[in-house]
Write a protein that binds this ligand. Sequence first.
Ligand code: ATP
Length: 657
Amino acid sequence: MESMARQRHPSEPDDPPAEPTDDTVTGPVLPELEDAAWMHHATAFAHTSFRAVARRLPRLVRDAVALAWATSRRDTVASIGLNVAAGVMTTFGLLATTSVLRELFAAGPTPDRVRAALPALVLAAAAVSARGGLMIAAGWAQARLTPQINYEVELRLFEATTAVDLAAFDDAGFAEEMDRARERGMAEAAYIVDHTVNLVTGVVGMAATAVAVAVIQPILLPCLLLAAVPEAVTAVRVARRQYLAMLARITRRRRMWMLAHLMANRRTAAEVRAYQMRGFLIAEYRRVMAVETRAQLRLVRSQTGTRVAGASVAGLAAFGVYAVLGALLLGGLVALAAAATALLAIQSARTSLGVAVLATNSLYEDALYYQDYRDFLERARSRMPATGGRAVDGFDVIELDRVSLRYPDTEQPAVDEVSLTLRRGQVIALVGENGSGKTTLAKLIAGLYRPTGGVIRWDGVDTADLDPRAVGEHVAVMTQDWWRFPFTAGQNIRIGRHDRAPGRSGPSVREAARAAAADEVIDNLPYGYDTLLDREFKNGHDLSGGQWQRLVAARGLYRDAALLICDEPSASLDARAEHALFQHLRRHPDRAVVLITHRLANVRHADQIFVLDQGRLVQHGTHDELMAADGLYRELFDLQASGYLAGSPQAGDAVPR
Ligand SMILES: Nc1ncnc2c1ncn2[C@@H]1O[C@H](COP(=O)(O)OP(=O)(O)OP(=O)(O)O)[C@@H](O)[C@H]1O
């Protein structure tokens, strides 16, 4: 592995192959495709012995039944109860068949023997019909469970993914686990219940036939079990291999999804063409696919080997069972009628055993994947902000006291011991060069991140002691990296406070749109506020970047919160829209505004301007104070202002710093 890690990645500069060479296709594992650290735990779990599988079985069955029970009690009882009843019918059927054969093989004229066998024959036929009917009804109940369980499980997952703190998404392990839970784990829940019901069916069928076999000749019972062991071992081995292979593939699969998404996506289509990225993307895809295909072929080969070995041993065991039966028959230990029923019973038992083994195996395999889902939910639960805490009804002062934030796996803090005060009614601005920590600081102030050092206080109370949900009620954030939500124009604004109580004050959707200069854009849409803003649906429309940003601003204003954070709110706006928006971002007695913008003309009127450099607060004051000082702010301001003045520096001129 070490030597692989030292290989230069082909996507690094100086080494961009347009097409995959033999070396890249058949060469070593690409660095980004190597196993992730979290995989060791999962791998260890998958290397459990067959005995361990059997030991886990009762818990798996209990979990599956609990899941089904929580989803629909009626269908759970029906699925299991009807299968058990069908098993009872199997025993009746076999015993009735024995009676039929006994009468038929008895001495005497044929018409008499047939007549004597008739009652048992009717019983056998009734048992078979009843069994068939019960199985169909059980299948119906089982099929009803599947969609209900899927719905329940998906809901639980998305309830978790939307509740975890934002910082969880900065953790690479979290994202991978989420993908595993979504990709397979989630879908397995319904299968697990299915397999459990099948297992019950198989076990009941076996028990039913075992009763019949025990009546005929008890010695056949252990033989029968012996014949099944190789099948069970093989099935479990194959399943475990498959799971391990899936674990190894997940990173590759994520990369392939990512590449596939770039190549088949309306939003990336223009850039892919403009930069003629097609060859590069396809080459990347082929490189990953080559590694993936090799892994799949290895898996298929090893699984086939295991199956061949298992099938050979199982065949020998079955042969042994029939030899024992023949010997018993020849030795006169069983009668011909009993032997014939025994053959039927053995066949039936083997079928049931096959069902049970397959169900056990599938249950085990699916449980491995389902465990991923459960692990993820567990992990997500540990990442959810604590509920409760003190209620809060707005603020007068927000204080940051030596607040820091270090992202996971990074050396330097993105925000480094920043202290500042923000009062209701004020507008403050965060200024600094790219990567200086403005967005991170704004997210800290908004409560989206918790500081890894220092304290944030609302009216003197540490926000860690406040109810996070109540804090969030008073915050609106116009993010820099907003998303084009595929809803109507009206909904895109209303989701800013979709749960606004009827009597609560605040601007209407139209008023918010007007304040952000979005009303004229929306009025020009074919269905006005009801126009769906997603071209991927019929009658859907799209907006330009600047038009979208007006909508984003309208959403933030519609939220009508006491703390409004605006991260580059006018980056895509034209001069008129920008002017209109900033008119609304002026001082308001009920609101505090945190403004981040690189257009420094917009921060001139801020009550306080905080200048950040590499995460540290290096200057603060009003515009006039900062211009009077010889520092970073003045330097950035002059540089920008010079672009508007005659004789400004031309492209290529030396730029200080
Ligand atoms: N999710 C993240 N995980 C790890 N590092 C991050 C993350 N987000 C930002 N950073 C890093 O933190 C530092 C500060 O980023 P931030 O986005 O706060 O800067 P900014 O001042 O808002 O930049 P810009 O003006 O470009 O928007 C940067 O070095 C950035 O690479």
